[in-house]
Structure formats: structure tokens, C-alpha cells
Ligand binder design. Structure first.
Ligand code: ZN
Ligand code: ZN
Length: 240
């Protein structure tokens, strides 16, 4: 396995396991999910193995003859405090980063359910993101899909509001008018006066009313949201 992480210096377990018991960072492909590489914190401890004791990670497997660890296992030293609950175990999956939650502004943490009590993330059955109480998302078996969905949902969309610049406003405000027919009040009360300065005896006259800026923005946004270019951008985003 290539040493992708720049943060931790990993050693292949098959080459040299850790020398001392304690908490370590482990990196390994999930036992069922191909291509899902999980970096997590777990314990390296003494355990019975037949007639002897050996040091082994707590997610090992005893086949009746010897203690086995998953293929391709890497480890790195860990200096933080021991995880208290399974939400503290997983550091990252496929080195993916998660967007901050738009509600609490925290990066949500990955939590999982396992095949059995005390299962490591390598034996997870489903995953969920946790931060503030706003997240009650579904449990998803593949954590990569879960992360991708979360990032897609929380990535800022090009807001139509943002596309209106001060320059656009300066150039267009007051530039549009609509014609409006008004009743001539002078002629309305006394009958049409041919020499009326307002309506010239026509009893109505036309005024040009400027289109309010708020209305112009609404029209612009509505038209833009239906434009082929905007639809193309959204379609592209949905594919990412
Ligand atoms: Zn939150
Ligand atoms: Zn008049």
C-alpha cells in the first residue's frame, strides 16, 4: 500500500509491528468494502495465543492456531488521548475531508455500527455523520458514498444573488420604465378641458414609472435560473 498520508508516517505491519502496547493509528482496507481505506485509532495489546501471550491489535483474528491481522495493515504512532467511544476512532476514510456543517460550523465526525460489539471500523456495517442535532441522516453502508453525499449537499451553490454585482446595479438601476395611464383629476371633476395642461382634454395621460430595483433583480434571477447555462452548471454539480 502506498504511503498516501502526509500527516502520519506509516509502517507496514508485515514488515515491523509496533514494539510496545498502547494506542496506535492503523490504516487498512475495509474487510468487505473494496477500495475503502480506513485510518483509525485502536489498541495494540497483549492477548493470549495458544500457550503464549502476544502483542496484537484489538481487531485481530484468532483462527485457533495463530493471531491474524488483515492484509495490507499499516500503523503509525499515536500521541493523542485514547478514544472514549466509537465516534472517536475513525480519523479519515480514503483521506477524504468533510465539509463543515452549515448549522454548527463543525466538521462532522464519522460514527459506525459494527458486526459485533466492540467491532473496529474495518468490521463496520453502516456509517453515519454526527455533529450537531441537525444531522439525523440515514445509515449508509459505504462511508465513501456518505462523505461524497455530505460534501455535495453542503458545498456552496453559486447563489443567484451573488451574481448581481454593484457594477450591474449601477448600470441598470432606473434604466427601465413601464408606461402607466393616469386619470386627470382636473378634468375628472369638471369635465374634459381641451386646454388642460395635464391631459390636453383627453382625461387620461401617460407617465413612465421606473421598474423598482427589487423587481429587476427578481426578473434577472428568475430568467437566469431557467437559462441553459445555469442548468448546465447545476447538472455538472449533481454529477460530482
Ligand atoms: Zn452540525
Ligand atoms: Zn385634464
Amino acid at each position: 500500500m502506498s504511503n498516501k498520508s502526509s500527516k502520519h508516517h506509516f509502517t507496514k505491519y508485515a514488515d515491523a509491528p509496533p514494539k510496545h502496547p498502547g494506542w496506535y493509528i492503523w490504516r487498512c482496507e475495509h474487510k468487505q468494502l473494496k477500495g475503502v481505506v480506513i485510518t483509525f485509532i485502536d489498541k495494540f495489546r497483549k492477548r493470549g495465543a495458544g500457550h503464549t501471550n502476544v502483542l496484537s491489535p484489538s481487531f485481530d483474528y484468532w483462527n485457533g492456531y495463530q493471531v491474524l491481522v488483515p492484509n495490507g495493515l499499516d500503523w503509525a504512532p499515536y500521541e493523542g488521548s485514547p478514544p472514549k467511544q466509537n465516534i472517536d476512532h475513525t480519523l479519515n476514510i480514503n483521506e477524504l475531508t468533510l465539509n463543515k456543517c452549515p448549522f454548527c460550523n463543525e466538521v462532522p465526525r464519522l460514527t459506525y455500527s459494527g458486526r459485533f460489539i466492540g467491532a473496529s471500523p474495518l468490521d463496520s456495517t453502516d456509517w453515519r455523520l454526527k455533529c450537531c442535532s441537525w444531522i439525523t441522516g440515514p445509515r449508509i453502508p459505504n462511508p465513501v458514498y456518505l462523505i461524497e453525499q455530505w460534501n455535495k449537499k453542503t458545498s456552496p451553490k453559486p447563489g443567484l444573488e451573488e451574481t448581481i454585482t454593484p457594477e450591474m446595479k449601477a448600470a441598470c438601476i432606473g434604466e427601465f420604465t413601464v408606461q402607466h395611464k393616469e386619470q386627470c383629476f382636473t378634468c375628472l371633476s369638471s369635465g374634459a378641458i381641451p386646454e388642460c395642461e395635464v391631459c390636453r382634454g383627453e382625461e387620461t395621460y401617460t407617465v413612465n414609472v421606473p421598474v423598482p430595483w427589487a423587481t429587476m433583480k427578481d426578473i434577472y434571477k428568475a430568467m437566469l435560473s431557467h437559462s441553459p447555462a445555469y442548468k448546465a452548471i447545476q447538472q455538472l454539480e449533481n454529477q460530482l
